[in-house]
Write a protein of this length. Structure first.
Length: 276
């Protein structure tokens, strides 16, 4: 990749970001299309987020992605937020439109595209999402429209209830699923999605009790590697899906917002798998 005085800079704001695969994915696409652009990961401490967002204008970045823990907290620092991202309450993509910073969320669309690729249908299914943070808000916005019933669980009940209340403004099919009692089962659940960070570390506890799974369950993890949850679920006979497809497609949709061009999905996918 040749860097020039005209090179447009995109990047990622998060903390931490050292593990990110996004630079490999986006830079591969820039190179393939011959675009004078580059993508860099920036480690932004939470207390410095406001300053980092200001720097997008100061340094004339074309745009950025936003990841944990900034997806929700970045919103007050933007000039405008897309209505969908505003409803979700989280932003993962920012476009610098001639000094005007506009926030979008491509996570939900990316996840739905990954389900479609894996031939997993949500229509009229009962879905359980564990976690109610920014990623959960993004995917639940879409899932609530298609699922028969959508259930949410979070250790922070108030946080889960806020999301449930927001989603029920779209369609009244969302409720809390209490994972704490020992008297519940997952027999009425078709698809289980881990939207928590549990799984990044090898010694992380599982987000659900594996003994409650059966071969009829589909188990998804938004973490883009094969987690302990997915490994154990696979051994139980469940169909599994990690977050690599979601990472790919949210990146493709962000790329389109920044450049107006459709990037090569196969090139970006190859870059991701080579850097896992």
């Amino acid at each position: 990749m040749k860097i020039s005085g005209k090179t447009k800079v995109m990047g990622l704001f998060g903390y931490p970001v050292e593990h990110s695969l996004s630079p490999a994915m986006h830079n591969a696409a820039f190179g393939y299309l011959g675009l004078d652009c580059c993508y860099v990961a920036f480690s932004v401490r939470p207390e410095l987020l406001r300053d980092a967002v200001k720097a997008i204008k100061t340094l004339n970045f074309a745009g950025i992605n936003v990841t944990v823990p900034h997806k929700e907290k970045v919103i007050p620092f933007l000039d405008e937020v897309d209505p969908e991202a505003s409803f979700i309450g989280a932003v993962n993509t920012v476009v610098n439109n001639d000094g005007k910073l506009i926030g979008y969320n491509t996570d939900g669309k990316g996840f739905m595209k990954s389900l479609s690729e894996a031939r997993i249908s949500i229509n009229n299914k009962n879905v359980l999402i564990v976690g109610s943070g920014g990623a959960s808000r993004a995917i639940s916005y879409y899932l609530s429209k298609k699922a028969a019933k959508l259930f949410l669980y979070d250790v922070d009940r108030k946080k889960a209830d806020r999301l449930i209340g927001d989603l029920n403004k779209i369609r009244s099919n969302v409720s809390f699923f209490n994972l704490q009692p020992s008297t519940f089962n997952l027999s009425d659940i078709d698809i289980i999605i881990n939207a928590t960070p549990l799984g990044w570390k090898k010694d992380d506890p599982l987000s659900i009790d594996i003994d409650l799974l059966n071969p009829g369950h589909v188990v998804c993890d938004l973490i883009y590697k094969k987690t302990k949850l997915l490994d154990k679920a696979s051994k139980k006979g469940c169909k599994t899906l990690n977050g690599l497809g979601m990472l790919l497609w949210q990146g493709i949709f962000a790329f389109e917002l920044w450049t107006g061009k459709r990037p090569p999905a196969d090139v970006m996918r190859k870059a991701l798998t080579l850097n896992l």
